[in-house]
Design a protein around this ligand. Structure first.
Ligand SMILES: Cc1cc2nc3c(=O)[nH]c(=O)nc-3n(C[C@H](O)[C@H](O)[C@H](O)COP(=O)(O)O)c2cc1C
Length: 261
């Protein structure tokens, strides 16, 4: 984690802004020890019926509703619903995994440095931290995807049991047969050095376009996935071999073979 760019950005950063962002970000963390949590694990007093009312909404702002100008209205939804369980009768190969990661996150080898998703200021602070569970030809463990060289960097992972404890926070048997999961994380020192407080916002929204890129590419390979927010942020980062004070955890993404329909 000692790289020139990190030190350069850190030298020019406004430390008070960085600290404000760190406090703000870590307030949304799930923490295993409730006594250490700044706020308790996200909880709601809304009942199931109320939550149903709030899901999949369409909100009106009080303006005039215009008539639709197409009659045969059939939207083309390219995304499939999120995975509801994963099959374990098939293994992904290392080659398939690398193809998928390159297609979803890798940089083109032209001079334009184009990646599959945009990034505020070209900082590309979003990082792909991966746990390989069932990949033929690749040892179980955690890895960091390098988007320019299209390679994996091995990290120092703890045992699968500990990792899954912090990933799932509960039983969740139906998701246990994922092939790999990603903990998308940000290195906000770069965006904050360039854009101050606004840089944090840019880093977070980049993660949304990263998981969207992976959803689209993985479905094309017959895989299914589920974005996953219910994990212990700092503990999961640490068990994957990443320092959550430098590389801030944002959200997870489970990927595996699709359920039969
Ligand atoms: C940021 C984010 C976090 C999510 N976290 C979870 C989660 O912790 N557990 C879960 O079962 N689903 C999670 N989901 C999946 C959503 O519940 C799901 O996308 C939503 O209900 C819509 O259903 P669909 O994806 O099947 O269309 C998450 C989705 C997003 C975008």
């Amino acid at each position: 984690m000692h790289e020139l760019e990190l030190n350069l950005a850190a030298d020019y950063i406004d430390q008070s802004i960085f600290k404000d962002n760190y406090i703000f970000h870590s307030r949304s963390h799930n923490r295993e020890n409730k006594y250490l949590a700044v706020v308790p694990r996200p909880m709601t007093y809304l009942g199931v019926e109320h939550l149903k009312l709030l899901e999949f909404p369409e909100h009106y702002f009080g303006g005039q509703i215009l008539e639709r100008n197409v009659t045969d209205f059939s939207p083309l939804i390219e995304r499939k619903p999120s995975a509801t369980f994963f099959r374990n009768d098939q293994k992904m190969t290392y080659k398939q995994l690398m193809t998928l990661l390159s297609q979803a996150f890798g940089e083109s080898n032209s001079d334009l440095h184009t990646r599959p998703y945009p990034s505020g200021g070209g900082m590309y602070s979003g990082q792909v931290i991966l746990y390989a569970k069932a990949i033929d030809g690749l040892d179980k463990g955690s890895y960091h995807f390098l988007p320019k060289s299209h390679k994996l960097e091995r990290l120092n992972a703890k045992s699968e049991e500990v990792i899954e404890k912090h990933l799932f926070l509960g039983a969740n048997e139906k998701f246990l047969d994922y092939s790999f999961f990603i903990l998308y994380s940000i290195m906000p020192v770069f965006t904050i050095a360039k854009y101050g407080m606004r840089g944090y916002r840019l880093s977070c929204i980049e993660i949304g376009s990263m998981y969207q890129a992976l959803i689209m590419k993985s479905e094309k390979m017959g895989l299914r996935s589920r974005v996953w927010g219910g994990f212990n942020d700092e503990q999961l980062s640490l068990t994957l071999g990443v320092d959550p004070r430098v590389v801030w955890p944002v959200v997870c993404h489970l990927v595996g073979w699709e359920n039969k329909e």
